[in-house]
Design a protein around this ligand. Sequence first.
Ligand code: MG
Ligand code: MG
Ligand code: MG
Length: 309
Amino acid sequence: MSVSVVGHSNPDTDSVTAAIAFANYLKSTGTDAKACMQISAANLNPESKVVLEKFNLTAPEELNDAAGKDIALVDFSDIAQAPANIGDANLVAIVDHHKIGDITTGSPILFYNKPVGCTCTVLLEMYKNNNVDLPKDIAGGMLCAILSDTVNFKSPTCTDEDKAAVAELLQITGVADQDALFMEMLKAKSSVEGIPAKDLIFRDYKDFDMNGKKVGIGQIELATLDQVADIRDDLYAAVQEVKSEGRHSVLFMLTDVVKEGTDLMVVSDEPAIIEGAFNGKIEGQSMWVEGMMSRKKQTVPPLQKAFGA
Ligand code: MG
Ligand code: MG
Ligand code: MG
């Protein structure tokens, strides 16, 4: 029976390309295998779609029920993130870079886990250690996975091994510009095209009680603010509308992931409180807040303090 290699539910680029890379590794070392994912190709996230297309990789086939199958896991080892009936599968291998989850086996398996930024970093080491030929297109997918998981080296999870793996994969693939490749992926991931303004506000949105005042904060992450240049007025109108639905203030964070800051759109009964919280001045619709990336860590606490909560 062929081994089905599958990543976690709601797959990211690492889960998708690691399944492809490990299936190829198994085949090259004498075990029949195929890449799978817990989603249909049509429902794959926009970033992974771009990656597969760019490197001419076939999307893994959909697998939602593991019962009776030979299974290998990549990028996770938690039952909650596994296909249905994982307990009734024959688990043959796990390659991962997370804390060990709650999946167990009745007999010994290949289990290779390292505290690095990406499963594909671990897989590259396996390819090298065992002198397995790494096809260029698969190397391209692995390169993208490492850039995605490490946020182009900006994530605190990124290690020297991830950086060395990227250097090697750039060589193998002949990709000249790492930042341009990352930008291409980020643009796909953060595409706002054709999405109604109010949906963008609510895509990642939370209401807070700040000393008795209802304050809403939404956020979108962008590769560049140019991505929303044409829809700024629509967004502002949507923020005004959300504010009018019984809120004291609504903030919409247009976060530039590359510049590492946020253009903060503000509609408020007392804009001076918001300006004071972030030590800036609202000009027109918004204010630039240097370094603001995280709503939880950088937006909410100063606001709460400014509101006296
Ligand atoms: Mg993942
Ligand atoms: Mg990963
Ligand atoms: Mg990830």
